[in-house]
Design a protein around this ligand. Structure first.
Ligand code: GCV
Length: 650
C-alpha cells in the first residue's frame, strides 16, 4: 500500500558505490542499542547500502562505525571523525549522537561513499522550535498543507506519521515543538486536563526519543475556563496556587513536557492586562509554577491595538512591541523567553528587523519566523525564506554590545510551521526547503543559503547537476521575485483582508488593524521618523538616523519608514513610480522563468512532484499577473504618471 506521506529529505536511495562488504556498528560506553541514534544509523545504512552486511560489534569488518557518548561535549554537540574505513561519532548525549548520525549520513549521501570527514558541531541556538497553529478540531490557522496530523475531531493523534515527523525535525536539529495554535480555542483549552494526559504523554515520549521537547499553548485564563475560579489575575494567590497544582500534575503525567507558549493580550486572547498587571507579572507567575520541573515559558511579544481608528495618524502598530516590552527588560525570570516576530508588523515579505532584538539586553529572546507562507504566497507561490532568515539573524542592532547581531542577542528561534497532512507535508515540495533550512540555520548559522539548499536538493532530488542548478536558481531568486510582483519597498499589507492571498491595495486601508499605506495622488508610505510616528527612534544610532530620512533609508524599506512623492529618485536612479512599474513587470517575468525552468525538469524529477509543481506554478503566474496589474493600475490611476516604457497599465 502506498504511504500516506512522503519521506521528504529522508527518502534514502542506494548509493552509487557497489558496496557489498561487512559494516559493523559498535556502541561504546553510554550508548544503548535501543536509542534513536542507533536505529537511525541502521535504517539509513540499510537503505543506502542494501548489499552490505550490517552487524553489531564485529571486530573484523570492511567498515566500522563506532558510536559514543562523551562527557567533554555539551549535550547536543557531536564530533565525527571518518574515513574510508569507517567513522567514530561521539555525542554529548544520545541526542548529540543522533545529530552526529544524521550529519554522517548526510555526508555519505552528498559524497556518495565513505570519505574523510572531521567535524565538531554544537547547535548555535539552544532553543530550535517549531510552532504549529493546529486547532483541536483538526483545522490549521494559516495552514496551506491540508489538515493537522496532531489533532482530529478534538482527539490527539499519535501515529507512524508522528514518528516520521520527529525524525524529520531531529534530522535538522529542531528540539522543541508547540503542537497547538497560539489562539487557544475550543477543546484545546482542555489540553492541560486529564482528558488529554495519556495521549500527550505518548506523544511527548515519542518526541523525546528524537530529542524534541513538547510545548503546549495555554489559555491564560485557564484558572477560569478549566479551573472554575472567578479570576486569572496573576498576582492573586488562588490563581498562583492553581497553576502550581496544575504544573505539578501536568509535568508528572506528561513526562517530556518542555513548557508553555503563550499569546496574551493579543488579538482577543486573554492576558494580564485584564487585571491591570504587566506582561512580566503574567509570564513570571507561569514560569514560577513550572520552574521546579525545568519548564520554560515562551511568551509572545505580538501585542498591539487591533482596534485602531484608521484616521489616527499618530498611533503606529510598529511601535507597540517596544512600547509594551522595552520597559520590562530585565524583569523576566530566567525560565521565560520572549518570542519576538522577525519584524514589527506581521511576517510581511519585507519589514525592518524588530527593534526589540536590540533593546532587550537583559532578557532571553526567541526570534519568531513564519515558514507557513501566510503573506508570501501560501505555498502556492515558490518563496524560499532561507536567505531572509539568514539576513535577519545577521542584522547588526548597533546596541553597543561587542557582538550585536540578532543572532548574538537571542537564545532561540521558532518558526510557525508550514506542515499539514498533505502527502508532501508542506503542500508544495519546494516549500519543504523552508522547513529544512530553518532547522539547519538554527544549528549551523554559518552555512550559506546555497550550502543549505544544495544539501536539501541532493537529499530530496538526488545528485543531478541540472536539477540542482535549476532548483537553486528558482529558490534563490524566489523571494526577490515575490517581492517584485507584490508590495513595493517595504510597505506591506496590500493583500486581500482575512485570508491574505492576492492583491487588494486598499484592502486594509480603512480598517482597524493598524496597517496602512496612506497612498494618495502625490505620495505614498508612512512617515515613521521623529516628525512622524517616531518608530525610527526605537533603533540605536546610526540606524535611527539612517531610517528616518529618505536620502539614507535603504530603498527596500523606503515606504516602510518614509512618505515620499512618486517622483522621488531612488538610489537606483529611477523614480519611485517607475520602480513600482518596472519591478512588477520584472517580478512577473521572473515567475515565468521559474515555471519555464520547472517544466524543463519534466522526466528528471518524480512525476507526482513535477505535476504538483506545475499546478502551483500555474497558479503563481495567474496570481502574479493580478498583483502586477492591480498594483500598477492602482498607482497609475492615483498618480496619473505614465510608464516611461509605454506598457499597458489599465
Ligand atoms: C495565530 C497574524 C495572523 C493570525 C495569527 C497572528 C499571531 O495576525 O494572521 O492568524 O494568529 O498573526 O501571530 O498570533
Amino acid at each position: 500500500m502506498e504511504s500516506a506521506y512522503s519521506k521528504l529529505w529522508l527518502d534514502y536511495k542506494p548509493l552509487d558505490i557497489p558496496f557489498a562488504g561487512k559494516v559493523a556498528v559498535r556502541c561504546l560506553k553510554g550508548v544503548s542499542r535501543e536509542c534513536a541514534a542507533v536505529s537511525e544509523l541502521i535504517t539509513s545504512l540499510s537503505a543506502l547500502l542494501p548489499q552490505a552486511e550490517l552487524t553489531f560489534g564485529a571486530d573484523s569488518a570492511a567498515v566500522i562505525i563506532e558510536l559514543d557518548v562523551a562527557e567533554y561535549l555539551s549535550l547536543e554537540e557531536y564530533v565525527i571523525t571518518a574515513d574510508e574505513r569507517g567513522a567514530f561519532i561521539s555525542g554529548g548525549s544520545e541526542t548529540g549522537l543522533l545529530y552526529g548520525v544524521f550529519a554522517y549520513v548526510r555526508e555519505l549521501i552528498t559524497e556518495q561513499g565513505f570519505t574523510r570527514l572531521s567535524k565538531r558541531v554544537r547547535p548555535a541556538l539552544p532553543l530550535r522550535m517549531l510552532d504549529h497553529w493546529d486547532n483541536a478540531d483538526g483545522s490549521i490557522e494559516r495552514g496551506y498543507s491540508g489538515s493537522s496530523f496532531f489533532f482530529k475531531n478534538n482527539e490527539l493523534i499519535v501515529s507512524d506519521r508522528t514518528v516520521h515527523y520527529a525524525r524529520l525535525l531531529a534530522s535538522v536539529g529542531i528540539n522543541a515543538a508547540a503542537i497547538n495554535n497560539v489562539n487557544v480555542r475550543g477543546a484545546a483549552v482542555r489540553l492541560i486536563t486529564k482528558d488529554y494526559y495519556r495521549k500527550l504523554d505518548m506523544l511527548s515520549e515519542l518526541l523525546g526519543r528524537w530529542g524534541i521537547k513538547l510545548y503546549l499553548c495555554i489559555d491564560f485564563s485557564a484558572p477560569i475556563s478549566v479551573g472554575g475560579l472567578t479570576t486569572a489575575d496573576p498576582l492573586d494567590p488562588r490563581v498562583q496556587s492553581w497553576w502550581r497544582d496544575k504544573a505539578a500534575e501536568l509535568f508528572s503525567e506528561v513526562r517530556n513536557l518542555g513548557g508553555f507558549l503563550v499569546k496574551a493580550d493579543s488579538e482577543g486572547q486573554p492576558g494580564p492586562y485584564a487585571y491591570g498587571r504587566s506582561h512580566a507579572d503574567g509570564a513570571n507567575m507561569l514560569a514560577r509554577a513550572i520552574k521546579p520541573y525545568g519548564g520554560r515559558v515562551i511568551w509572545r511579544c505580538f501585542v498591539y491595538n487591533c482596534s485602531q481608528d484608521w484616521r489616527d495618524l499618530r498611533t503606529d502598530r510598529a511601535c507597540a512591541g517596544c512600547n509594551t516590552f522595552a520597559p520590562l527588560d530585565g524583569r523576566f525570570d530566567d525560565n521565560v523567553s520572549l518570542q519576538v516576530k522577525n519584524g514589527p508588523m506581521d511576517f510581511q515579505i519585507r519589514e525592518p528587523v524588530h527593534p526589540l532584538f536590540g533593546v532587550m539586553k537583559n532578557t532571553s529572546l526567541t526570534a519568531e519566523f513564519q515558514i507557513a507562507q501566510e503573506y508570501t504566497g501560501q505555498q502556492l507561490h515558490v518563496c524560499c525564506l532561507i536567505p531572509m532568515i539568514k539576513e535577519i539573524l545577521a542584522f547588526r542592532t548597533c546596541n553597543g554590545r561587542e557582538r550585536d547581531t540578532v543572532l548574538d542577542m537571542i537564545d532561540g528561534a521558532a518558526a510557525v510551521s508550514n506542515t499539514g497532512d498533505s502527502f508532501c507535508w508542506t503542500g508544495s515540495e519546494l516549500a519543504a526547503a523552508n522547513l529544512y533550512g530553518f532547522g539547519r540555520i538554527c544549528s549551523e548559522p554559518g552555512l550559506s543559503a546555497e550550502d543549505i539548499l544544495e544539501e536539501w536538493i541532493t537529499l530530496t532530488f538526488g545528485r543531478s547537476e541540472e536539477v540542482k542548478e535549476k532548483l537553486l536558481y528558482i529558490l534563490l531568486g524566489s523571494r526577490e521575485a515575490y517581492e517584485n510582483y507584490t508590495v513595493p519597498l517595504g510597505m506591506g499589507w496590500m493583500c486581500k483582508p482575512n485570508h491574505h492571498y492576492g492583491p487588494d491595495p486598499w484592502g486594509y486601508e480603512f480598517d482597524r488593524w493598524g496597517t496602512y499605506n496612506r497612498a494618495d495622488r502625490d505620495a505614498v508610505g508612512v512617515d515613521r521618523g521623529p516628525e512622524g510616528t517616531g518608530y525610527s527612534e526605537l533603533y540605536y544610532p546610526p540606524l535611527s538616523d539612517m531610517y528616518s530620512s529618505p536620502d539614507t533609508c535603504p530603498d527596500e524599506l523606503l515606504l516602510f519608514f518614509c512618505r515620499v512623492p512618486y517622483t522621488h529618485i531612488l538610489k537606483s536612479g529611477k523614480t519611485l513610480i517607475q520602480h513600482i512599474y518596472d519591478s512588477h513587470f520584472e517580478g512577473y517575468a521572473q515567475a515565468e522563468e521559474f515555471f519555464r525552468l520547472w517544466r524543463s525538469l519534466d522526466g528528471s524529477i518524480d512525476e507526482r512532484t513535477y505535476r504538483n509543481g506545475c499546478d502551483r506554478f500555474k497558479e503563481q503566474l495567474r496570481c502574479a499577473a493580478e498583483w502586477r496589474d492591480i498594483v500598477n493600475a492602482f498607482f497609475h490611476r492615483l498618480s496619473g504618471i505614465p510608464d516611461e516604457q509605454g506598457r499597458k497599465l489599465y
